[in-house]
Design a binder for this molecule. Structure first.
Ligand code: SF4
Length: 374
């Protein structure tokens, strides 16, 4: 699978610490550099048939459809697309105009991940999103009108401007709009963000964890009652609409990440990440230098990562894979560590897979890190 990072956004959302620039002055050079990087790294994936391509960011929907197509054309010079390839474009509601969607619907892009976040203006203002509540709704309907049915929306719960009733209405609206996939995250306060600054200066109340917990479990029950599978802590999909790209990532498959700040993984023990600076990225690529750092994961790193990612999913961690790929020291360690947690019901084993029962998913990251080998 291939991930393309488009490092531009129209404005900075108050809670976001991803890598992007709000100046588009380097956009043309960036698009050339991204295509050059694809060429430079054409031999890195063992599989030449791609099952998933994901445009993330940043905001890939600030690109023109021709720019998106030119990246796909470049990839197809070196890789072929599987018949059932999933090609996702992350997009913001304010970019999804009729013209854009009409042109996009004539390309190979077959999945939209829309940064809706909320259907309420108060929430969107606090988040400093570039769209309003009416665009949040109309963008989804417009995409569906152009035949783009495979839609995922992002929703944020636990905002200080929201409450339980508003959250329920957000979920009702999701069902009403017949969106087949939802990615939903609690509002978190990241370092170096406007939100953190406002909270420290007393301008905004910090998100309340107990309320987030309540909204998370309500969402889980509500979406499951409406036909969605809760297949990863933050992800819900109707059958046939689970994200292929993210599922492959959670199953520790190899991926190639192109663009500044993009990460790559060889599916075994090598991980790399590109520089998080647009100018430096472009300068290096123009000289045919890959601006990336590489690390070789130790056995402990691979074990910890497998737990961290696998225990967030409904399929859990494959114990046979652990037995085949890790030393007896790690296997003995795991058997010892999980014993008490299984007895207390925080973990369970089903079909030879280690899982966290869904009622404890809100605490999954803590449960997994308790099992880490240090
Ligand atoms: S649009 Fe997405 S990447 Fe850009 S600032 Fe907002 S949350 Fe961050």
């Amino acid at each position: 699978m291939i991930y393309i990072h488009i490092p531009f956004c129209k404005q900075k959302c108050s809670y976001c610490n991803f890598h992007f620039s709000t100046s588009f002055s380097l956009k043309d050079e960036m698009m050339l550099a991204i295509k050059n990087e694809i060429k430079l790294r054409k031999n890195e994936l063992n599989h030449k048939t791609i099952r998933s391509l994901y445009f993330g960011g940043g905001t890939p929907s600030i690109l023109t459809v021709d720019e998106i197509k030119s990246v796909m054309d470049e990839i197809q010079k070196y890789f072929s697309f599987d018949e059932a390839i999933e090609i996702t474009l992350e997009s913001n509601p304010d970019d999804l105009s009729k013209n854009f969607l009409k042109e996009l619907s004539q390309t190979d892009v077959n999945r939209l991940s829309i940064g809706t976040q909320s259907f309420f203006d108060e929430d969107l203002k606090l988040m400093n999103r570039a769209h309003n509540a009416s665009e949040a709704e109309s963008s989804i309907k417009r995409a569906q009108d152009f035949g783009l049915e495979n839609i995922s929306i992002d929703l944020i719960y636990g905002s200080p401007t929201s409450n339980f009733e508003i959250w329920k209405e957000n979920l009702n609206k999701t069902i009403e709009l017949q969106v087949p996939h939802v990615s939903s995250y609690a509002l978190t306060v990241e370092p170096k963000t406007a939100l953190k600054n406002w909270i420290e200066n007393g301008k905004v109340t910090a998100p309340a964890e107990a309320e987030q917990n309540r909204e998370f479990y309500y969402m889980s029950d509500f979406l499951k009652d409406n036909g969605y599978d809760h297949y990863e802590i933050s992800n819900f999909g109707k059958p046939g609409f689970h994200s292929k790209h993210n599922s492959a990532y959670w199953k520790s498959e190899a991926y190639l990440g192109i663009g500044p700040s993009a990460h790559s993984y060889d599916g075994n023990s090598e991980r790399s990440w590109n520089v998080t600076n647009n100018s430096i990225y472009i300068q290096n690529i123009n000289q045919n230098i890959l601006p990336k750092e590489t690390e070789i994961l130790s056995e402990k790193d691979r074990f910890n990562e497998m737990l961290m990612i696998g225990l967030r999913t409904s399929w859990g961690v494959d114990l046979d894979k652990i037995r085949q790929n890790f030393s007896s020291e790690i296997i003995d360690y795991l058997n010892k560590e999980i014993k008490n947690k299984i007895e207390s019901g925080i973990l369970k084993i089903e079909n030879n897979r280690l899982l966290i029962p869904e009622k404890h998913w809100f605490l999954a990251d803590g449960i997994a890190s308790d099992l880490f080998m240090v």
